[in-house]
Design a protein around this ligand. Structure first.
Ligand SMILES: C[S@@+](CC[C@H](N)C(=O)[O-])C[C@H]1O[C@@H](n2cnc3c(N)ncnc32)[C@H](O)[C@@H]1O
Length: 227
């Protein structure tokens, strides 16, 4: 069954003295996720915001392998923000910016990329394992922000378990979904078609679905030229 950790640092795993947290799932999934991003972003430059970065490990891996891109991790959990900052300091990569505080549940969220200035139009956004462990308004806020901040042809990469046509793609995801809903009635594995509707409202269209290990998917949405 898919694993989830709502708050890293409170899961009994060791915390480094500098605040770096470790997500077990990262070690299993980071390479497969990065390969999808590289397929779409290789050779491009620009700014990419990650929403709900958690420990911050993914963004460091992306930054190491896609050095021409500037990476902006974010979260709203204080301990996670500290971990992201600690991983950033540990890696010493120039193309990773300090973590932004972004609460996707606030539909008007705005990445504070420049003091007092409007945010740069983004090459892409990335969000892994967030929208099923959060109320639906978090998915709404994510897509609304993608519509506001992605450049034309900018992409939103969404990783996690998803339903297709209202149906689970694996028994393990169905069990996982039930455990999420039991824990919080507002959580649950999301349906791709429902996400496509949110995307359409924000001027985005689903352009790719990649099968990932452990019955996960990476969905790629693109902001259309007309939006
Ligand atoms: C299961 S963790 C996934 C972390 C990371 N993306 C990964 O895949 O390892 C979910 C993350 O979403 C963050 N999160 C939850 N609600 C959020 C919200 N409303 N806005 C932004 N981030 C949120 C949590 O703090 C946590 O870091």
């Amino acid at each position: 069954m898919a694993e989830y950790v709502v708050e890293f640092g409170k899961d009994g795993r060791p915390v480094q003295p500098d605040g770096r947290l470790d997500a077990p799932a990262y070690h299993r999934n980071h390479q497969a996720i990065r390969l999808v991003l590289q397929r779409f972003l290789a050779g491009k430059s620009g700014d990419v915001v990650e929403a709900g970065s958690g420990t911050g490990q993914h963004v460091i891996d992306f930054a190491r392998h896609m050095p021409e891109i500037t990476w902006w991790p974010s979260d709203l959990n204080e301990q996670h923000l500290q971990s992201i900052a600690a991983w950033r300091a540990h890696a010493g990569l120039e193309n990773v910016r300090p973590p932004l505080r972004i609460d996707l549940a606030d539909s008007t969220w705005c990445p504070q990329m420049h003091e007092g200035g409007a945010p740069t139009k983004l090459l892409a956004m990335f969000c892994a394992n967030v929208i099923h462990i959060a109320p639906w308004r978090v998915a709404e806020g994510l897509f609304a922000g993608a519509g506001r901040y992605l450049q034309q042809d900018g992409r939103l990469f969404l990783y996690g378990p998803f339903k297709r046509g209202g149906k689970h793609t694996a028994v393990s995801n169905e069990v996982f979904d039930a455990s999420l809903r039991e824990r919080n009635g507002e959580w649950g594995v999301r349906d791709i078609e429902a996400l496509e509707k949110l995307a359409a409202r924000a001027g985005l269209a689903l352009i790719d679905i990649t099968d990932m290990p452990a019955n996960n998917l990476t969905l790629v949405f693109e902001r259309s030229r007309a939006a």
